[in-house]
Design a protein around this ligand. Structure first.
Ligand code: CTP
Length: 482
C-alpha cells in the first residue's frame, strides 16, 4: 500500500472527469465525495474504472447536471426506484447515489432507505477499507474522510467491519463472502471479532442468491492463493453450506497404524500450485475437484491398506451436480472439468511405470486438445514432501511430455478420426448397422492406438479386410472403396 498525502491524492484525482464532477457539485451547492472501492484502490494502486460518488443530496440531480455539462459524449441512466444514476463517459462508469441511512429487515437484502449524512453513508458500508471517502468540492478537494481508520487497516492488511460485525453481516449476508474474498485477493487477515461474526451469522447465507455466491467464489478461485479463501470459508463454516463435498475430504483415518493423506489440504495445495502457472479458472476448478470422489471411494483392504479405486470416475460423475447447484455453466466448460477429473490419474500412472508409446498414444487420444492442461494439473498434483520421489515424477512427466510431442508428430491421434469410417466398413462388406461394424471399428482404433498399424488409410484398409476375413465376412463385389 502507498500512503498518499492530500497533494498526492489531488494528483491521483487530476483526471478531467473529477474536476467536472467537482464543478457540478459546487454549482448545485452540494457536498460530493468519491467513495468505497475506488478510494481503496487508489491507495493500493490497483487499476479501476468504476467510480462511486456519494452526494449529500440527490444523486440523480447531480448525475443529470453532470451529463448536461459533459454534453453528447456522456450517457446517462437513471434508476429512480433505487435513487441512483449512472453516467458513462469515455470508458468510465460513474455511479451516483445520495448519502443514505439504511435499515434492514431480517429476511431480505433489500434495505429501507432514508436520506442521511456522509457519516450515515459510511456507517452502512461493509469494511473499514471500503468506507473511505475523498471530498471533491473545490474548497476541500482531495481531503480524505476516514472515520474508521480504513487507511490503517489497509496498511496493516486487515479486513474489519466499521460497526458491530453482527449487524453488518446480518444486514447483508453477501458481505460474509466479500469479507473472505477481499482477504484472499489482497492477502489480508480477517480481524478476530469480524471472523467470529462470520461463524455466528453463516446461516444467513440462505437469503443470498446462488449467482451472487458463485460470483464471489469465482473471485476467490481467480485469486493468487485461492487456498486462503477456502481455509477461511472452511473455518467459518460457510464452506459446509456451499461445497460440503470438499469438507468431506478433511478426514484422516488410521487403521493398523496406516493413515491416508488429508485430501482436503492436499487439494488446496494442488489448487495453489496450479494458480501459480495458470489463470484459466476452469483448470483451477479441475484442481479443486480432482479428488472430490475420494471420500465416496475410500476402502480399507487388508492386503493393501487404504484404496480409492475409481475415485476419478466417481468424481467426474459428481461434477454436474456441483455445477448445477452452484449455477456454474453446464456446457463445454463443465465437460472440460469432468475430463480433467476423469483423466487426472493417467499421466501419473504412466509416469510411475515405463513410459510406453501405446499408453501415451491412448492418453493423447482421450485428452485431445486438453492434454497440455491435463499435464499441468498432474504436475500440480505432485505434493510429495519426499524430494527424491518428487524429482522422479517430474522427470518422468518430462518424458511423457516429450513422447506426447513425438507421437503426435508421427501418428496425429490428438484429434483422432479413424482413417476408415463406419459407413465405409458397411459398404465394404455389404453390412447394415450391426454389432460386427462396431467390433471392426473398435479393433481398428485399438490397433492404431496400440501402434500395431500406423494411422494411415492403406494400412487401415488392409487391417480391416484381414480382421473381417477372420470374422467370416466377405468383401462386397460392388464395394468402391480403395
Ligand atoms: N458495499 C457494501 N456492501 C456490499 C457491497 C458494496 O458496503 N455488499 C459498498 C462498499 O463500500 C464498496 C462499495 O459499496 O466499496 C462498492 O461496491 P462494489 O463495486 O461491489 O465493490 P468494490 O469495493 O468496488 O470492489 P469489487 O469491484 O472488487 O467488488
Amino acid at each position: 500500500m502507498k500512503y498518499l498525502t492530500k497533494g498526492e491524492l489531488c494528483d491521483k484525482l487530476s483526471a478531467p472527469i473529477f474536476h467536472e464532477i467537482s464543478a457540478t457539485a459546487d454549482e448545485l451547492d452540494v457536498e460530493c465525495y468519491v467513495v468505497g472501492g475506488y478510494v481503496r484502490d487508489l491507495f493500493l494502486e490497483r487499476p479501476t474504472n468504476d467510480i462511486d460518488i456519494v452526494v449529500v443530496g440527490s444523486g440523480i440531480a447531480m448525475a443529470e447536471a453532470l451529463a448536461k455539462r459533459l454534453g453528447k459524449r456522456a450517457n446517462l441512466s437513471v434508476f429512480r426506484n433505487f435513487g441512483t444514476a449512472q453516467v458513462k463517459y469515455r470508458g468510465q462508469e460513474i455511479e451516483f447515489v445520495g448519502a443514505r441511512k439504511e435499515s434492514y429487515t431480517h429476511d431480505s437484502r433489500k434495505p429501507i432507505v432514508e436520506d442521511g449524512s456522509l457519516e450515515d453513508d459510511q456507517n452502512r458500508r461493509d469494511f473499514t477499507i471500503n468506507a473511505m471517502a475523498v471530498c471533491l468540492n473545490a474548497s476541500r478537494f482531495g481531503e480524505l474522510v476516514d472515520p474508521f481508520n480504513g487507511l490503517r487497516d489497509l496498511e496493516d492488511g486487515i479486513i474489519a467491519t466499521p460497526l458491530d460485525p453482527d449487524i453488518t453481516f446480518s444486514d447483508d449476508p453477501l458481505r460474509m463472502l466479500r469479507c473472505i474474498r477481499f482477504a484472499t485477493q489482497l492477502n489480508f487477515m480477517i480481524e478476530d471479532e469480524t471472523f467470529e461474526a462470520l461463524e455466528r451469522n453463516k446461516d444467513r447465507l440462505e437469503i443470498i442468491s446462488t449467482e451472487r455466491i458463485c460470483d464471489e467464489l469465482q473471485k476467490i478461485m481467480r485469486s493468487p492463493t485461492p487456498s486462503k479463501g477456502f481455509i477461511d470459508l472452511y473455518r467459518s463454516g460457510l464452506l459446509h453450506l456451499i461445497l460440503p463435498e470438499l469438507v468431506a475430504m478433511d478426514l484422516v483415518e488410521t487403521r493398523n497404524g496406516k493413515s491416508h493423506k488429508n485430501n482436503f489440504y492436499h487439494t488446496l495445495e494442488v489448487l495453489d500450485n496450479i494458480a501459480k502457472v495458470t489463470d484459466n479458472v476452469w483448470l483451477r476448478w479441475g484442481a479443486l475437484l480432482h479428488d472430490i470422489g475420494k471420500p465416496k471411494s475410500k476402502r480399507w483392504e487388508v492386503s493393501i491398506g487404504w484404496t480409492f479405486h475409481n475415485h476419478n470416475f466417481i468424481g467426474l460423475k459428481m461434477v454436474p451436480n456441483i455445477f448445477r447447484r452452484l449455477k456454474l455453466p453446464l456446457d463445454e466448460r463443465m465437460k472440460y472439468v469432468q475430463k480433467l477429473v476423469g483423466l487426472h490419474m493417467r499421466p501419473i500412472a504412466i509416469a510411475d511405470e515405463e513410459v510406453t508409446d501405446s499408453a501415451v498414444r491412448r492418453l493423447l487420444f482421450e485428452a485431445g486438445d486438453d492434454i497440455e492442461d491435463l499435464m499441468t494439473l498432474c504436475e500440480a498434483d505432485v505434493t510429495s514432501k519426499n524430494e527424491v520421489r518428487k524429482k522422479t515424477f517430474m522427470h518422468n512427466f518430462q518424458l511423457v511430455r516429450q513422447k506426447l510431442v513425438d507421437i503426435e508428430e508421427k501418428d496425429r491421434v490428438r484429434n483422432f478420426q479413424p482413417p476408415v469410417s463406419g459407413d465405409e466398413i458397411m459398404d465394404l462388406f455389404d453390412l447394415q448397422p450391426c454389432r460386427e461394424v462396431g467390433i471392426l471399428k473398435q479393433s481398428l482404433k485399438d490397433a492404431i492406438l496400440d501402434g500395431i498399424i500406423p494411422n494411415e488409410r492403406a494400412a487401415a484398409l488392409n487391417y480391416i479386410c484381414e480382421k473381417a476375413h477372420n470374422m467370416g465376412l466377405t468383401k462386397s463385389l460392388s464395394a468402391t472403396i480403395e
